[in-house]
Design a protein around this ligand. Structure first.
Ligand code: MIG
Length: 731
């Protein structure tokens, strides 16, 4: 039958929409609680803290995101807030913040955004979401970090809205030079205002409140190989052997969900991974660290001890009626640990003895938004106030009081990592844990590194990884990366080579791919590709001493490793626009090709003189130049006046101790820093490390020790001045 009637429409919604296009009127303030303003200098920056408690609801005013207490001096009422900041409670279940965004101010941060570096001109919803399509339509992704820098050179500010509830940041989307935040909560919150100060000071101060990452184990900065999934022991062993036989450096192999027994967490498959312990031990002997994925969903199976115990001890999230909430994930019907409860975190932490006993080196926390197959859109469409508790999917419990899920949703992944971290620390007290997570909020850097979830094998996603990772760094998260080669799709060889050219500069250096894609290991593509990738991966290992030293810098001042050009050139207006290139530390400018069949691109060079990474005539800064970047070359330039500590070749970081460290000098007068320690324990926190200030003057390198108490007597050092290499004594 053919339908001939014209469709009829119900025009009600069209009318409603038309109406709502009218400029919004500011609703009245109905706040009737308690609010306070405190003031403090944090890392040399003025910080104001505005804390509001709706009546009777004091919980969560200092959420789990704050890691360092400061001494807030209470200010009397009526303090003027910078940037015209005002706030009010506009509805039951919504607070609004208004501020001015003068022309020229750039907005950085807010965690994981599919965006240019400057977030301005758009609305950004912060609600942790398993969004599998990273396109212009995507708003909320896996991470929700309510911190933003308002960049204005030396007069920059930072806003940190400490609440794990959903938020919507409107950054001048109507071009009226106004910013607005809608916070959807009925609980208390704190708003921190940092500044005015230069960008690096803002991050230093923010990380003095929410924490800085600790030194990672050195191996975690090496090359990591992942795949959904290596299905059995034989495959995993084969992959490891390929790496070693072909001399492609690698430190880590991941086991995705299929290592488990029907996706039961804290188990291994008896059929496909029967000799789990032995396999891990053998891989260890080949210098591979094995990382297992751990998802939060616990299989609803009355015979499964983990489920039984969780049930008995009341550790799962509940429905409004007090029943255990059951959702659909990989194990089928599953219960979800309520990580807000310390007992749950303890129980989950203890369960990691399964991995520790088996010699697992690190834990990969996935699906922790939490992602549920039957709940892919956690927020109601067009939400203008937090829904009633009964519409918040399920409940948590905090100090024996019930809290709707959405009130604390953004914390879920971070609290899972806190618990994982606790388990690893308790069971291996003097070993730096490595955890990788998909979902996160502010403060995640205290526990875990992050990757940006399910990207595609698309050139667009290769390009977007730069601004996206820069904004992670601007949100306090230095240890980050994206899946090299792309997760969904099938990565062709040219793209994989281009991706590695950039990926060797990501703090997290991991190749990962989904189950339907073609093999994406560096040796899966034939000789030419393998040869080029090997060289790139070797370059990464060469850079480890520089990267590791930068990490140490991060632990002292919160500076990210990947930095926007404005970090070091705040007055440079062209640099401020660049987000297809970045600085790794102060000294390496990275400008990759992110398009197919291109071998040339424009690079903006900030002031100074820049040496092509692999040699050649230096380029004068202060201009944009077209640069040839042949496939497989290193798309980077080193600042004249810098010294880069580089390591000699190795197959994994297990050989780091015995390699030679060369201080490579760029220019006639140069400076650099070099940090070394044992790469694995917390002894550096007790002062067992060396830090050297290097300088080259009149052809002579000298090293002044800033700190020296680590015994590196066995190590060889060298200096490279204008291509001439000679040994060097570091003492
Ligand atoms: O529903 O564990 O982002 O890295 O390979 C997909 C399987 C679940 C999503 C992760 C991805 C991982 C995959 N996981």
């Amino acid at each position: 039958m053919i339908e001939t009637d014209a469709p009829t429409y119900d025009w009600t919604t069209a009318r409603q929409r038309r109406k709502s296009w009218k400029a919004e009127e500011r609703p009245k303030n109905l706040f009737s609680g308690e609010s306070k303003v405190g003031k403090c200098q944090v890392a040399g920056v003025d910080v104001l803290k505005i804390a509001a408690h709706p009546e009777g609801l004091l919980r969560l005013a200092d959420s789990f995101m704050v890691h360092h207490k400061h001494d807030w001096k209470e200010e009397s009422a009526g303090v003027g807030l910078p940037l015209g900041l005002e706030w009010q409670q506009s509805k039951d279940g919504r607070f609004d913040f208004f501020f001015s965004l003068a022309d020229g101010i750039r907005c950085f941060g807010l965690g994981e955004r599919f965006s240019t570096l400057d977030l301005r001109g758009a609305r950004h919803t912060l609600c942790t979401t398993d969004e599998t399509k990273h396109t212009e339509f995507a708003d909320s992704l896996y991470k929700a970090i309510p911190f933003m820098v308002l960049f204005d050179g030396d007069n920059s500010y930072g806003f940190f809205l400490d609440s794990p509830a959903p938020q919507r940041w409107d950054l001048d989307s109507e071009l009226n030079c106004e910013g607005k935040i809608e916070l959807f909560t009925r609980q208390g919150w704190s708003m921190y205002v940092f500044g005015p100060a230069p960008l690096p000071s803002i991050l230093d101060s923010f990380s003095a409140v929410t924490g800085k990452a600790k030194m990672p184990p050195l191996w975690s900065l090496g090359h990591q190989q992942c795949r959904w999934s290596y299905p059995d022991e034989e495959t995993v062993r084969e992959i490891a052997t390929e790496f070693r036989q072909r001399k492609i450096p690698c430190d880590t192999i991941y086991l995705d969900i299929d290592y488990m027994d029907e996706y039961r967490v804290f188990t291994h498959s008896p059929e496909r991974f029967p000799a789990f312990t032995k396999m891990i031990e053998d891989l260890r002997a080949q210098n591979f660290n094995v990382i297992t994925i751990v998802d939060p969903g616990v299989k609803k199976d009355e015979k499964f001890p983990v489920f039984k115990k969780g049930l008995k001890d009341n550790l799962f999230c509940k429905t409004q009626d007090g029943e255990v909430y059951i959702g659909q994930v990989w194990p089928g019907h599953s219960a979800f640990p309520d990580f807000l409860k310390p007992e749950t975190r303890k129980w989950w932490a203890d369960n990691h003895s399964f991995y520790v006993k088996n010699g697992i080196a690190g834990i990969w926390n996935d699906m922790n938004e939490p992602a549920l197959f039957n709940l892919t859109r956690p927020l109601p469409d067009g939400m203008d106030a937090l829904p009633a508790e009964s519409a918040q999917h399920f409940c948590h419990s905090l100090d024996d009081e019930r809290l709707g899920h959405l009130e604390v949703r953004n914390l879920y992944g971070t609290l899972m990592c806190k618990s994982t971290h606790q388990g690893l620390i308790e069971q291996r007290p003097n070993e730096r844990p490595f955890i990788l997570t998909r979902s996160a909020t502010a403060g995640i850097q205290n526990y875990s590194a992050v990757w940006l979830g399910d990207n595609y094998s698309w050139y667009e996603h290769l390009a977007k990884s730069i601004p996206m990772l820069l904004n992670m760094g601007m949100s306090g998260v230095a240890f980050c990366g994206v899946d090299i080669g792309g997760f969904f799709g099938s990565c062709p060889p040219e793209m994989l080579i281009r991706w590695y050219e950039l990926g060797i500069f990501y703090p997290l250096f991991r190749n990962h791919c989904w189950l339907e894609g073609r093999a994406q290991e560096p040796f899966a593509y034939g000789e030419k590709c393998e040869m080029l990738l090997r060289k790139l991966i070797e370059t990464r290992y060469g850079l480890l001493p520089y990267i590791y030293s930068l990490f140490h810098e991060h632990t002292t001042n919160g500076a990210p490793l990947m930095r926007p050009l404005s970090w070091h050139y705040p007055q440079d207006r062209i640099a401020a626009n660049a987000d297809d290139e970045f600085l790794l530390g102060e000294n390496i400018l990275v400008a990759p090709i992110t398009e197919r069949s291109k071998s040339c691109r424009n690079v903006y060079f900030p002031e100074g003189l820049w040496h092509p990474f692999n040699g050649g005539t230096p380029v004068k800064g202060g201009q944009t130049l077209a640069v040839e970047i042949p496939l497989g070359s290193v798309p980077a330039f080193v600042r004249d006046g810098s010294i880069i500590p580089m390591a000699s070749a190795m197959q994994s970081t297990a050989e780091y101790e015995s390699c030679t460290i060369t201080f490579k000098c760029f220019g006639k007068n140069a400076q650099g820093m070099y940090f070394e320690d044992d790469g694995k324990s917390f002894d550096y926190e007790r002062g067992v490390y060396n830090e050297w200030q290097l300088s080259l003057k009149e052809g002579q390198l000298s090293a002044v020790s800033v700190h020296k108490s680590f015994d590196s007597a066995g190590r060889k050092y060298a200096v490279d001045i204008e291509g001439k290499n000679s040994s060097f004594k570091l003492s």
